[in-house]
Write a protein that binds this ligand. Structure first.
Ligand code: NAD
Length: 415
């Protein structure tokens, strides 16, 4: 499973939904492939005077619902197929939350940990120069993803505006607040996940107050899930982990103190009045809500049977393999699938674009209110589909998302 081509997996997931929806062969074929792929070479001057040539990609997977939207990854393992797969998943993600956007993704094969800040800036600007003609608020809008940051978005926006000779802040999202970012972007992914966990609990007749949560991956998404799970839902954090291992306390862990501790020490280990716990043990704890917030493919056919959570809220992309999904289904675990559970990030990115276009900025409360409406509505649509078609939440999310994109393709007369 770990070696499976991610794009083959994305196509396989689509094939299942296409069969269930009875998609016409031409629509199915259209949705199996990116509509446009851009491959660029980026010669970049390094600090020592040498030149290195990087390979960059931008995939505009499907723009039937609107301008394509999706993050930029800088990663040593980036390939055209990872970018294609992530572009497909972005297409279903923007569709399932009913945003007027298509899906895309970009990447550069590089190891950012080996680059200085000035080298990163030159790489960011080189990428934009290479793909600028394909970008724009009405064409394609990148955002941060793995190893790209608000600072990198700032350099990219500046390069784009320099090329065009005018302001276009909406060309890229995830910018710092001072140059057109949106209030509420920083915790949007986790906040959206917490909102849909709340809705799931209502359907399952669970009062979450005082119930337990565990978090695998105490990074950006995981830390905010812990803070907001407690603040908004009254959940008690009993375990959290990162790549070095985890901590557990049945009496509960203060999320704020744990975030501070991780910031100061760089680890969770040794946090007072907790026991050490492995990542695998954490997944198998008896909890009400489990938030996988680290990597893909951590819940597999080997361990799925041992999961004892009631709600699995997938903040990470692709944490559950298809084989594990079937097991969770049989065991009655309520799964909030990744492209629904973590769609809060792209939703607030869309809000950022809207505010940039109007050059008028919303208060934080406004962002929260609109995000809650979008996520709750998306949850209701997916839940309704799962009841109507008697399928699990992941299959239902695919049916909702793919049907919308297919309809837009037909209405445009593409098929
Ligand atoms: P991050 O780098 O801030 O955090 C990842 C965390 O996972 C780190 O604490 C790391 O130590 C931990 N980790 C790594 N390997 C682990 C392992 N084997 N076991 C347990 N923990 C491990 O990244 P992030 O932005 O929080 O993203 C996490 C996941 O959420 C990714 O799958 C990402 O694609 C997804 N996601 C994030 C956002 C967002 O807005 N941040 C949006 C959508 C999806």
């Amino acid at each position: 499973m770990a070696n499976i081509n991610p794009f083959a997996m994305a196509q396989q997931q689509l094939d299942t939904a296409a069969a269930k929806l009875g998609l016409e062969p031409a629509v199915h074929e259209l949705l199996r492939w990116p509509m446009k792929e851009i491959k660029v070479l980026l010669p970049v001057r390094m600090d020592d005077g040498s030149t290195r040539v990087f390979h960059g990609y931008r995939v505009q997977y499907n723009g039937a619902l609107g301008p394509t939207k999706g993050g930029l990854r800088w990663h040593p393992d980036e390939t055209i197929d990872t970018v294609r797969a992530l572009g497909a998943w972005m297409t279903w993600k923007t569709s399932v939350v009913d945003l007027p956007l298509g899906g895309g993704k970009g990447g550069v094969t590089c190891n950012p940990k080996e680059l200085s800040e000035t080298e990163k800036e030159r790489l960011a600007r080189a990428y934009i120069r290479a793909v600028a003609e394909h970008l724009g608020v009405m064409r394609d809008v990148p955002a941060p993803d793995v190893y790209t940051t608000p600072q990198i978005m700032s350099w990219m926006m500046d390069e784009y505006e320099t090329i065009l000779g005018e302001h276009h802040p909406g060309v890229i999202t995830g910018k710092p607040l001072a140059i057109g970012g949106s209030a509420g972007r920083v915790d949007a992914t986790s906040r959206g996940g917490v909102y849909v966990a709340r809705e799931a609990a209502k359907k399952l007749n669970i009062d979450l107050t005082g119930k337990t949560m565990a978090i695998q991956g105490f990074g950006n998404a995981g830390q905010y899930a812990a803070l907001l799970g407690q603040k908004l839902l009254g959940l008690k954090l009993i375990a959290a982990s990162d790549s070095k291992g985890g901590v557990y306390s049945e009496n509960g862990i203060d999320p704020e103190a744990l975030v501070k501790y991780k910031l100061q020490t760089g680890t969770l280990q040794g946090f007072p009045v907790t026991d050490a716990i492995s990542n695998e043990e954490l997944l198998q704890l008896e909890t009400t809500v489990l938030f996988p917030s680290a990597l893909e493919q951590v819940i597999t056919e080997q361990n799925a049977d041992k999961l004892k959570c009631k709600i699995l809220c997938e903040l990470a992309n692709g944490p559950t393999t298809p084989e594990a999904d079937d097991i969770l289904d049989q065991n009655g675990v309520f799964v909030l699938p990744d492209f629904l559970a973590n769609a809060g990030g792209v939703t607030v990115s869309y809000f950022e674009q809207v505010q940039n276009t109007y050059n008028f900025y919303w208060e934080l409360d406004e962002v929260y209110k609109r995000l809650d409406l979008k996520m709750t509505h998306a949850f209701e649509n997916v839940y309704g589909m799962s009841q109507q078609e008697n399928v699990n939440m992941r299959q239902a999310a695919y049916l909702v998302a793919v049907a919308r994109v297919a309809e837009a393709c037909r209405l445009r007369g593409w098929v």
